[in-house]
Design a protein around this ligand. Structure first.
Ligand code: BGP
Length: 470
C-alpha cells in the first residue's frame, strides 16, 4: 500500500500575479505582468490593457476567505502563494513599505491559520515591480540586491510569527529563457548579451543567499528554499554524444541548485563562461554570502525533454519554457507538454543524490480545457478524470521516489484553483480542483465550483496517499 511520511505537507500552489487581481488597489504599483496581456512569451503594452486577464485574475484579493475555506475543506496542510513585491514596495525602490499591502497578507495568513494551513510563501514569482524593470533594467543592475534586501527584511520581520516556509525566486533558472518575465530585464531578449544575463543571474543568486542569511537571523525556525524549474533531459538516443548533450542541458538548470545547495559556483560553469566570453563580476563578500545555503530544494515539474547533439534529429518539443526535443515514447497535453510521471521519480532522485537536502515539489499539474456541466443533483461541476489520472500517476511515482529514499517535505499541485496561465495568460488552460467562472473574453461571474478532482484530492490527503491507484 502507498504510504507517505507522517506530517507530509499536502496542498496547492498559486502566484499573486496569476490570481489576486486588484492590480492597482490599495496602493499596489504595477508589476512586469500588468503590461503583458499575452503572458510570458508575448509582447508588452505601454499601459495595462483590458484584455490582460491578470488585472482581475480570479479576484482572490477580495475572495480569499471563500477560497481558503475550500482549500481547508480539501484538507490542505500547506498553501503556496506569493507576495506581490509591488504591493509592498510599489516602485521597488521606495524606502517605506505600503501598509495596506502588508495588511492584506496579514489577513490571508490569519485566515490560513484559522484552519491550521501553513503558508509557503514565494518572495518573487515573475512579478518584479515594473519601475525596477524600466528604470534599472531589472536584475542586470546590482542595485536590485539592495532593493530586494529591503523588501525581504520588511516581510520577514512583519510575518516572522506567521510564516515558516519561504521560497526565494520562482523558477530562478527560467530567466535564462525569459529574462523579462523572470528577472524584470527590460532589454529585449534578442539584444541581451550573455554577459549581462549571467551577471543578472549572479545578482539573483547573491540576493537569494542573502535572503537565507537574513531569514535565519530573523527567525531560526524559518525553512527557506530555492525554487527550480525542473525539466530533466534524457538523451534522445544512446549515442554518447546525445548523453553528453543531455548532461550539458541538465547542467544549465542544475547550476542554480548547485549554487544554492553547495554555496559556490560549480566548476563546470567555468568552461561555459569561458566559451561564451562571460566574466562574472563578483564584489568582495559575494562568495561569503553564497555560503548561506538553502534549507531545502523546491522545484516545479510538468514534463521531461530529450536532448540530441545532432540538430537535424528530433522534433522540437513544446513545453514549460524549456521545450527540448520531443520524446517519441510520451503523450502530450493539449498544450503540447509531454506527460511523464516516471520523470518525476527520476528528477527527485537526481536532486536528492546530488544535494542530500530535503526536497519539496511545489508545482505539478495538468493544464486542460474543462467543461462545466450540471450533474444529476443540479450541481455545476467538471468531470476531470484526465486531471485525476495525471495527478494520481505522478503521485504514485512520488511514492516510489520516497521508497527510493528521497526525503520529501511535501507536494503542492499547481493552480489548485483555476487561475491565469503564466506562459499564455489564458484562462482556458485550467489546472484547478476548483472551477472559476471566468473566461478569456473577460466574461464570467467569478463563481467557484468544485470539480470531480476536488473530492478525489480530499481523499488522497485524508488517507495520506493510501487511496492512490498503482
Ligand atoms: C510555471 C510557473 C507558474 C505556472 C506554471 C504553469 O512555470 O511557475 O507560474 O503558471 O508554470 O504554466 P502555465 O501557466 O503557462 O500553464
Amino acid at each position: 500500500m502507498i504510504k507517505f511520511p507522517e506530517n507530509f505537507l499536502w496542498g496547492g500552489a498559486t502566484a499573486a500575479n496569476q490570481f489576486e487581481g486588484a492590480y492597482n488597489e490599495d496602493g499596489k504599483g504595477l508589476s512586469t505582468q500588468d503590461i503583458a496581456p499575452k503572458g510570458i512569451m508575448g509582447p508588452v503594452t505601454a499601459e495595462p490593457t483590458e484584455d490582460n486577464m491578470k488585472l482581475i485574475g480570479i479576484d482572490f484579493y477580495h475572495r480569499y476567505k471563500e477560497d481558503i475555506k475550500l482549500f481547508a475543506e480539501m484538507g490542505f496542510k500547506v498553501f503556496r502563494l506569493s507576495i506581490a513585491w509591488s504591493r509592498i514596495f510599489p516602485n521597488g525602490d521606495d524606502k517605506e513599505p505600503n501598509e495596506k499591502g502588508l495588511q492584506f497578507y496579514d489577513n490571508v495568513f490569519d485566515e490560513l491559520a484559522k484552519y491550521g494551513i501553513e503558508p509557503l510563501v514565494t518572495i518573487s514569482h515573475y512579478e518584479t515591480p515594473l519601475a525596477l524593470a524600466k528604470n534599472y533594467d531589472g536584475w542586470v543592475n546590482r542595485k536590485l540586491i539592495g532593493f530586494f534586501e529591503n523588501y525581504v527584511r520588511t516581510i520577514f520581520t512583519r510575518y516572522k510569527d506567521k510564516v515558516k516556509y519561504w521560497l526565494t525566486f520562482n523558477e530562478i533558472n527560467s530567466a535564462t529563457h525569459e529574462p523579462y518575465m523572470s528577472a524584470g530585464i527590460w532589454t529585449p531578449k534578442e539584444n541581451l548579451s550573455k554577459q549581462d544575463l549571467y551577471q543578472a543571474m549572479h545578482h539573483e543568486l547573491v540576493a537569494s543567499s542573502l535572503a537565507v542569511k537574513i531569514g535565519h537571523e530573523t527567525n531560526p525556525e524559518f525553512k527557506i528554499g530555492c525554487m527550480i524549474l525542473g525539466v530533466p533531459n534524457y538523451p534522445l538516443t544512446s549515442k554518447p554524444s546525445d548523453v553528453l548533450k543531455a548532461m550539458e542541458q541538465d547542467r544549465q538548470n542544475l547550476f542554480f541548485g548547485d549554487v544554492h545547495a553547495r554555496g559556490e559556483y560549480p566548476r563546470y560553469m567555468n568552461r561555459f563562461f569561458k566559451e561564451n566570453n562571460i566574466e562574472i563580476k563578483m564584489e568582495p563578500g559575494d562568495k561569503e554570502i553564497l555560503k548561506h545555503t538553502v534549507d531545502f530544494i523546491s522545484f516545479s515539474y510538468y514534463m521531461s525533454a530529450c536532448a540530441t547533439a545532432d540538430p537535424e534529429k528530433g522534433v522540437k518539443g513544446r513545453g514549460n519554457l524549456i521545450g527540448g526535443v520531443s520524446n517519441p515514447y510520451l503523450e502530450a497535453s493539449d498544450w503540447g507538454w509531454q506527460i511523464d510521471p516516471e520523470g518525476l521519480r527520476y528528477i527527485l532522485n537526481v536532486f536528492y543524490d546530488r544535494y542530500q537536502k530535503p526536497l519539496f515539489i511545489v508545482e505539478n499539474g495538468l493544464g486542460a480545457v474543462d467543461e462545466l456541466i450540471t450533474d444529476e443533483n443540479g450541481n455545476k461541476t467538471v468531470n476531470d478524470d484526465y486531471r485525476i489520472n495525471y495527478l494520481n500517476d505522478h503521485l504514485v511515482q512520488v511514492a516510489e521516489a520516497i521508497e527510493d529514499g528521497v526525503d520529501l517535505m511535501g507536494y503542492t499541485t499547481w493552480g489548485c484553483i483555476d487561475l491565469v496561465s503564466a506562459s499564455t495568460a489564458e484562462l482556458k488552460k485550467r489546472y484547478g480542483f476548483i472551477y472559476v467562472d471566468r473566461h478569456d473574453d473577460g466574461s464570467g461571474t467569478l463563481e467557484r465550483y468544485k470539480k470531480k478532482s476536488f473530492n478525489w484530492y480530499k481523499e488522497v490527503i485524508a488517507t495520506n496517499g493510501a487511496s492512490l491507484k498503482k
